[in-house]
Design a protein around this ligand. Structure first.
Ligand code: BG6
Length: 482
């Protein structure tokens, strides 16, 4: 019988990391340089930069990460100690095909991930693999213009086929793309997130709205092709898409603002609707027609989309936002994804991300209704905060426990609402390099990594207070959140 008042017994508790943010070893075992290897450090005030060449003396935090490439056996043991049931990792494309278009895959790269996967399985932790988490070989960025070029679809599909064949039977759950939804004609074409996802340097973008629509479409098509191949390789494969969602509140209760807040969700949902329904949505085609954007969807593409429907939905959730008012323009503010307009009812993290656990319940319910009970997993969630290593060698992070507790309570309520939530993977269970700012200072982990933004520190691992707390949560299947 279904249980609705508690986390199900087979609930998948765990964490989520990405290769480029933790592995380091950027030139080891035949790895080629990737898009992320050209991104400098930054901060909340100072955005990361993409440099054309590697500038001597400039700090590129992903080159070293937290050295997970070498420390994974010990780090995975720590995840095991917390009782993890799953770890979402990404496979760095530039380790498998160093240039993206090489004739043969790099055996050393394949062997490395084989060892990581074996270690996870040995520790009773299911590996969940993301196939694209911003790790495009720089050669594909420079020579092909990344996802702007349709040829990139074939290169990526070949990469996915290689890894899905290699790890068949050992990996059963795959994710095609991480947060593909940030690519939309409304995205800022010169923003750092656009570069990371699209693998296109902004000088290459000539006609932003048209190009962004094409990039988003190519990625959508690539995902569908990979899903179909995954099912062919192993009918037991479960393939998902991961979306970074925010909940849009209208700035006022004026009907026009409410309508606008609804329309603002279109940019986050058009690929998700395609992934789930196998059909590129009419509302997006109507928007493109209005804006003079031309998208050629051939009959063959239509069939590809239909055959590439995902099996589960991954949700990355950090924050809610307020849609700028269309009737009170003077009160509206502009800002980045999660900064923007202040919501007087919410507190924000040190990086301006609004803390809103209730919106998580709302989004889960909305997705459940929209996709008729599709299995969902929270594939990222967590609090980026400044943690202090005390003189006695401990790290006390009650704010993180508080943040997670509040989100878990809302997840429990969503399950009680009937939502088919199958797992929770906390983002950054071990401190790693922040994607948007390149900082170490923005820490998410249960495990502190003694490394600072200037590259100093001995990288030793220290369990924060939240480590024991999460361990207890998992041990009690979420019954004890105290
Ligand atoms: C998600 C990304 O958008 O947010 C992660 O999938 C990223 O890669 C996470 O790390 C948190 O963002 P940040 O900038 O705090 O690292």
């Amino acid at each position: 019988m279904l249980q609705f008042e508690q986390f199900p017994n087979d609930f998948i508790w765990g964490g989520s990391i990405a290769a480029h943010q933790c592995e380091g070893a950027w030139q080891e075992d035949g790895k080629g340089p990737s898009a992320m290897d050209y991104m400098t450090g930054g901060s909340y005030e100072k955005p990361r930069r993409v440099t054309k060449e590697l500038i001597p003396g400039e700090y590129y935090p992903n080159h070293e990460g937290i050295d997970f490439y070498h420390t994974y056996p010990q780090d995975i043991e720590l995840f095991k100690e917390m009782g993890f049931k799953a770890l979402r990792i990404s496979i760095d494309w530039s380790r498998i095909y160093p240039h993206g278009d090489d004739a043969e895959p790099n055996r050393a790269g394949l062997d490395h991930y084989s060892k990581v996967i074996d270690k996870l399985i040995e520790c009773g932790i299911e590996p969940i693999v993301t196939l694209y988490h911003f790790e495009m070989p720089i050669h594909v960025v420079r020579e092909y213009n990344g996802w702007l070029n349709r040829k990139t679809i074939d290169l990526f599909v070949r990469h996915c086929k290689t890894v899905m064949t290699e790890y068949k039977g050992r990996v059963k759950r795959w994710v095609t793309f991480n947060e593909i939804n940030h690519i939309d004609p409304a995205s800022e074409f010169d923003a750092i997130f656009t570069y990371m996802l699209a693998g296109v340097e902004y000088e290459a973008i000539r006609n932003p709205k048209q190009d962004l629509a094409r990039i988003g479409y190519h990625m959508t098509l690539a995902s569908a092709k990979v899903v179909a191949i995954a099912h062919e390789i192993d009918p037991e494969n479960q393939v998902g898409g991961v979306f970074g969602l925010t909940c849009f509140y209208p700035q006022t209760c004026h009907p026009q603002d409410n309508l606008q807040a609804f329309f603002d969700t279109n940019r986050d949902y058009y690929q998700m609707d395609t992934f789930v329904n196998g059909l590129f949505p009419r509302y997006k085609l109507a928007e493109y027609a209005r804006s003079g954007i031309c998208l050629e969807i051939s009959e063959e593409d239509r069939l590809t989309l239909l055959k590439g429907k995902i099996d589960f939905l991954g949700l990355n959730y950090y924050s809610s936002s307020v849609s700028p008012s269309v009737v009170q323009k003077e009160e509206s503010a502009v800002g980045s994804v999660f900064a923007g307009i202040t919501n007087p009812y919410l507190e924000a993290s040190d990086w301006g991300w609004k803390i809103d656990p209730v919106a998580l319940r709302l989004i889960l319910n909305q997705l459940d209704r929209r996709y008729h009970g599709i299995p969902m997993m929270i594939t990222e969630n967590g609090l980026g905060a400044v943690d202090k290593l005390e003189a006695d060698g401990q790290v006390h992070d009650p704010y993180r426990i508080e943040y997670l507790r509040k989100h878990f309570i809302e997840m429990k309520k969503a399950i009680a609402d009937g939502v088919n939530l199958i797992g929770y993977l906390m983002w950054g269970p071990i401190d790693l390099v922040s994607a948007t700012t390149g900082e170490m200072k923005k820490r998410y982990g249960f495990i502190y990594v003694n490394k600072q933004d200037d590259g100093s520190g001995d990288q030793r691992r220290i369990k924060k207070d939240s480590f024991a707390w999460y361990k207890k949560v998992i041990a009690t299947q979420g019954a004890d959140l105290a």
